[in-house]
Design a protein. Structure first.
Length: 409
């Protein structure tokens, strides 16, 4: 009976050993499976964090017209005066403290500081001086002076208000002005001190860069150099190995230009402002034409006055001719031979005077008709002038609205 118990106990130990061996083997497989699947599960989370940080950085640009400065510590606030700052300013970006582990670099060298608010350089009127443009010219030296109609005067006043509004935007900086700075950086990306990603032998200029320390939670490769005058971040997409598991997201000036909408907004602003400038040219040409119409009316009025004077002169000549004829007839009693000749001459003078009077009257009619036509042309010119001024006003107003909108949706 005792032997049986020992045999049963021995068998139980063997079974236990087998079970433990099986559990151990299963544990090894499970551990290897966890290790093999751990990196793929974490990498998407790292990439999501970089993507969220990128969206926050570019949202900061839309709100503040500049890129954020790096932070110096885990507090997460910008430190624009500290050249050694290398951390993402998560608090300034409205992110959680978990983003404080990211490195962040922004170009502040090469004469183009992308973390500084831009100067006002993009103007809705393309910095064209429109002052005085909507003034209808008059000619006070002529009598009577010709003035514009109420319609034209009102249109000119609207154009003046649009010019004032556009001029006020010249001193206001927004995202469009920062886009201009970004493009200047893109054209000067080979300058010394430009932020770059890569290595000593090969690198590319970047507007800003974000780096995740990877699974080992420490920065490797060029990312581990720290803040120095020669700091170069590694290329995005650098192959991962046992010595490097960082994830880098670098955005070049051209990519950033397109991502935040600089391309479309600046193009739209340029086109609209150029349209305002073209309308300005049309208005100036219209003003010259309006001036000619004013001169035409003034000349026609002078012609009417001259024709009226001609009619008066002809009428006076006719009166004198008739009086001369009457005198010739009255002298017939004294000299019968001379009277016939004198009367004939007097009659001829009367006929000539009548003809001159008729011609003077026709000239007066022609002058009045010419004045009527000139005034009709002036009325049509007034309507055209109002349309030209309103076209200019609309174009300049649209450009001003685009400048106010900036990069905002």
């Amino acid at each position: 009976m005792k032997r049986s118990l020992r045999q049963d106990s021995g068998f139980s130990l063997v079974e236990l050993a087998v079970v433990l061996a099986i559990v151990g083997i299963i544990g090894i497989f499970v551990w290897r499976w966890v290790v093999s699947t751990r990196e793929p599960l974490q990498r998407p989370a790292m990439l999501r964090q970089l993507s969220e940080a990128q969206a926050a950085v570019e949202g900061f640009v839309l709100a503040n017209h500049r890129l954020p400065c790096p932070a110096t510590n885990s507090g997460g606030s910008e430190a624009c005066s500290d050249a050694t700052a290398v951390l993402l300013p998560w608090k300034s970006l409205g992110l959680s403290s978990t983003f404080g582990q990211l490195h962040y670099g922004v170009n502040r060298g090469g004469g183009v500081d992308l973390a500084v608010a831009p100067a006002a350089s993009v103007s809705p009127d393309l910095n064209v001086d429109f002052t005085g443009m909507p003034v209808i010219p008059t000619y006070p030296s002529f009598s009577p002076p010709i003035s514009a109609s109420a319609t034209v005067t009102a249109a000119a006043a609207r154009a003046t208000a649009a010019i004032t509004a556009a001029g006020a935007r010249r001193a206001v900086a927004n995202g469009l002005d920062w886009c201009h700075v970004l493009r200047r950086f893109a054209s000067n990306s080979a300058a010394a001190g430009i932020l770059s990603a890569g290595n000593v032998s090969d690198s590319m200029p970047v507007a800003y860069v974000l780096i995740h320390p990877g699974e080992n939670n420490q920065f490797d490769g060029n990312n581990a150099v720290g803040a120095s005058a020669t700091w170069r971040f590694d290329f995005p997409g650098r192959l991962q190995d046992t010595n490097y598991d960082d994830l880098t997201l670098a955005v070049g000036p051209s990519d950033l230009d397109a991502r935040i909408g600089c391309v479309g907004r600046l193009s739209e602003m340029q086109a609209t402002a150029q349209g305002a400038y073209a309308a300005y040219d049309s208005a100036r040409v219209m003003q010259e034409y309006w001036s000619l119409r004013v001169y035409d009316i003034t000349s026609a009025e002078s012609a009417v006055q001259s024709a009226e004077a001609g009619v008066a002169t002809a009428a006076l000549g006719l009166a004198l001719a008739i009086a001369s004829g009457n005198i010739s007839i009255a002298s017939a009693a004294n000299s019968e031979g001379l009277t016939t000749f004198t009367v004939g001459v007097a009659a001829a003078n009367v006929i000539v005077a009548i003809a001159q009077t008729v011609l003077a009257g026709l000239a007066l009619d022609d002058a009045k008709e010419a004045l009527k036509v000139a005034k009709e042309k002036q009325a049509a010119t007034d309507a055209y002038a109002a349309k030209v001024y309103d076209t200019f006003t609309q174009a300049l107003t649209n450009a001003t609205k685009l400048d106010v909108k900036g990069l905002n949706p």
